[in-house]
Design a protein around this ligand. Structure first.
Ligand SMILES: *Cc1c(COP(=O)(O)O)cnc(C)c1O
Length: 406
């Protein structure tokens, strides 16, 4: 692969980027405590300039190729295609180092942090996937890494905790609230306030204050950049009819949509977790249940009570178990550019088993939601559908074994 610049898309309404204040339509911005203002301001004024430097591009592209394993294949899924009587391609982010797309972003952010002169990295993690991807790049660059994780998640996700420790990271339990992801995020923000000058906070999705959603989307945009030339090679056209991705915070979807957002011929399908069902009180379908609000530094759609308290989400997949979505997705939803579907725990499980047997690929539970959405679309034989296969299912084996009754 040759070294190419990340395309800087036009800012504002027509492009994929936010305006200069970090807004996508009415969502985004930077709602931060005053003590974090200098950090966020430094990041905001420098991220585009650093990302455009040829030396940065070169190092980023080389690591993506030789360390992460890019380009990831675009695979024509023949048996799955037959089942749906259409043409389905899988973008194999599950084949990235550490097993998911998350490392595209952590590689980019560690290079950025080093160029900003930072000596220490902090991160939050829910299931531990982002924590592992962060600990990995910190080991690669020999930089201190502290990961905040809810005490309850530390108990539930023991293998990932062990991985982070083996990679040399310190895992700090978040003991407040529900002792899960949103509490870990609060702890990480608190830790950042206490070490504002020497520490960079690597956020794991397209959430957080501006410029994080845009920065993470740009690092993940390599996904759709590759899909365009891979589809051209395989089908003679760069554009799919449908691009489907699951949405927790929305980083794999943002990366999969990025270079298609301005292509009206491409239907962008975002799939949220319905949990036990949208109206059961045990769900994480943010666009269906949320209202405009502020969560973790930006204005977006947020699941909340009448008086604005963030509600506890539920999904069988830890990566989709988040009460918000990134501001880009809130805008895609509100503007109608994106189609938002939701899939229950049970339907996602069913699809995980079906895809495993049809294609010999065990998908992550998060990705299984994207596969299940195929059943909700009316697809034609001449459609070209791409599913972003965000991660592999090894981490979910305990859940899959329980479902099989073994
Ligand atoms: C973390 C994760 C997700 C959800 O995060 P996004 O930011 O929405 O992409 C989806 N799939 C996998 C495999 C993950 O690890």
């Amino acid at each position: 692969m040759t070294t190419k610049e990340i395309k800087i898309l036009p800012i504002g309404k027509e492009g994929s980027g936010p305006d200069e204040y970090g807004y996508y339509g009415s969502f985004g911005g930077a709602y931060i405590p005053e003590m974090l203002f200098p950090n966020v301001e430094e990041l905001k004024t420098r991220y585009l300039e650093i990302m455009a430097e040829p030396a940065f591009q070169n190092e980023f592209r080389t690591l993506l190729r030789d360390y992460v394993g890019r380009p990831t294949p675009l695979f024509f899924a023949e048996r799955l295609s037959k089942q749906f009587n259409t043409r389905i391609y899988l973008k194999r982010e599950d084949l990235c180092h550490t097993g998911a797309h998350k490392i595209n972003n952590t590689v980019g952010q560690i290079l950025l942090a080093l160029r900003l002169g930072k000596k220490r990295i902090i991160a939050e993690t829910g299931a531990g996937q982002h924590g592992v991807a962060t600990a990995t790049v910190c080991a690669l660059k020999g930089i201190e890494c502290v990961v905040y994780m809810g005490e309850k998640d530390i108990e539930r996700q023991a293998p990932n905790v062990a991985r982070m420790k083996m990679l040399g990271a310190t895992v700090v339990p978040a003991l407040s609230g529900s002792r899960t992801l949103k509490d870990a995020t609060n702890e990480a923000i608190r830790a950042w306030i206490n070490n504002p000058t020497d520490t960079h906070y690597i956020i794991g999705s397209v959430v957080g204050p501006h410029p994080y959603p845009d920065m993470v989307a740009r690092f993940q945009s390599v996904i759709s950049e590759e899909v365009r030339w891979q589809l051209l090679e395989q089908t003679g056209s760069e554009l799919p009819s449908h691009m489907i991705a699951c949405v927790g915070g929305g980083s794999n979807a943002a990366g999969a949509f990025y270079h298609f957002i301005h292509e009206q011929a491409v239907k962008l399908v975002a799939v949220e977790a319905a949990g036990h069902g949208i109206n059961t009180g045990m769900s994480a379908a943010t666009t269906q249940l949320g209202r405009s609000g502020i969560l973790h530094g930006s204005k977006s759609l947020v699941m909340q009570t009448e008086d604005g308290q963030v509600t506890e989400p539920h999904s069988i997949s830890a990566g989709l178990d988040y009460p918000g979505i990134g501001p880009l997705h809130a805008h895609l939803y509100e503007s109608g550019r994106g189609t938002f579907l939701s899939v229950t725990d049970d339907d996602a499980l069913r699809s995980a088993f079906e895809v495993s047997r049809l294609e010999g690929i065990i998908p992550a539970l998060e990705t299984a939601h994207a596969f299940s959405a195929l059943k909700q679309l009316s697809l034609r034989t001449d459609n070209t559908v791409v599913v972003c296969l965000s991660g592999r299912g090894d981490k979910d084996l305990a859940t899959y074994m329980k479902a099989m009754g073994v």
